[in-house]
Ligand binder design. Structure first.
Ligand code: SAM
Length: 248
């Protein structure tokens, strides 16, 4: 069979496409892309033109079948998403799974990934990390997702959009504690790149006060719960259990 090359593309700055990524895209029979118009633009910036296959959440199973048939017939293909590393809060998981199940080699061409880029400049503990991707859009569902993370000791990573960054920081301050340290990384590798660090209350205040700080794309990193928070949560659970003993 051919090889399915999973190629990371830039998250903003086009200089971040690796030379191996470029070579790979130049040499494959076709490129599976999340948004073909978007990828066509990227390719044209590098003077490339390749056949594109649209692969998004809604048709991925169907397309995967056809793509795997081409790979089995000996063609090599690439998979890209609109930005960064495919499969990371992006389509591709089903295609990769199908290719592997069919015995097709799947090979990465690594590169940009927004939460890794944010982690690399955040100055938060980086030895252990939980990537949570996007939170639910609706307030209640979002808070339900955040609540069980309050006791997590590892650093937490989230993706967020301009519409919700302010609300999300408010919810995080309420649920994780106003004093918990965090970093808001905005527009990484782009013209208006900003990395703000501080407590959640402080970050919420700064983002609320300045509309420019609510524009673009965001990674939010939150430091894990410390020993004192762990103790507070454990004590809460103990009291709750004790209370339960006294209830009918
Ligand atoms: N596959 C991508 C990756 O490897 O990071 C992520 C794709 S996901 C659909 C897009 C989200 O990633 C954005 O909403 C934002 O939260 C984050 N993101 C992407 N580019 C970014 C950038 N330049 N700066 C900050 N966050 C970014």
């Amino acid at each position: 069979p051919g090889t399915l090359h999973v190629v990371a593309t830039p998250i903003g700055n086009l200089g971040d496409l690796s030379s191996r990524g470029l070579d790979t895209l130049r040499n494959v029979a076709a490129i599976c892309a999340e948004d073909t118009r978007h990828t066509r633009q990227l390719l044209s910036h590098f003077g490339l033109e390749r056949p594109l296959v649209a692969l998004h959440e809604h048709n991925e199973d169907q397309i995967a079948e056809r793509v795997v048939a081409r790979l089995l017939a000996g063609e090599s293909l690439a998979l890209v998403s609109d930005a960064g590393t495919p499969l990371v809060s992006d389509p591709g998981f089903r295609l990769v799974r199908a290719a592997r199940a069919a015995g097709v080699p799947v090979s990465p061409v690594p590169g940009a990934c927004a939460f890794v880029a944010a982690l690399s400049v955040a100055g938060l503990p980086s030895d252990r990390l939980v990537f949570e991707g996007f939170l639910p859009a609706k307030g209640n569902a979002r808070r339900e997702r955040l609540a069980p993370l309050a006791a997590e000791i590892r650093t937490l990573a989230f993706y967020e959009s301009a519409h919700r960054i302010e609300e999300t920081l408010a919810d995080m301050a309420a649920i994780f504690g106003a004093e918990r340290r965090a970093v808001v990384a905005r527009e990484l590798t782009k013209l208006f790149e900003t990395v703000l660090d501080g407590t959640l209350a402080d970050l919420h205040a700064r983002v609320s006060a300045d509309a420019n700080q609510r524009k673009g794309e965001f990674v939010v990193l939150v430091q894990g719960a410390g020993d004192d928070e762990q103790a507070r949560i454990a004590e809460g659970k103990r009291l709750y259990a004790k209370l339960g003993e006294h209830l009918p």
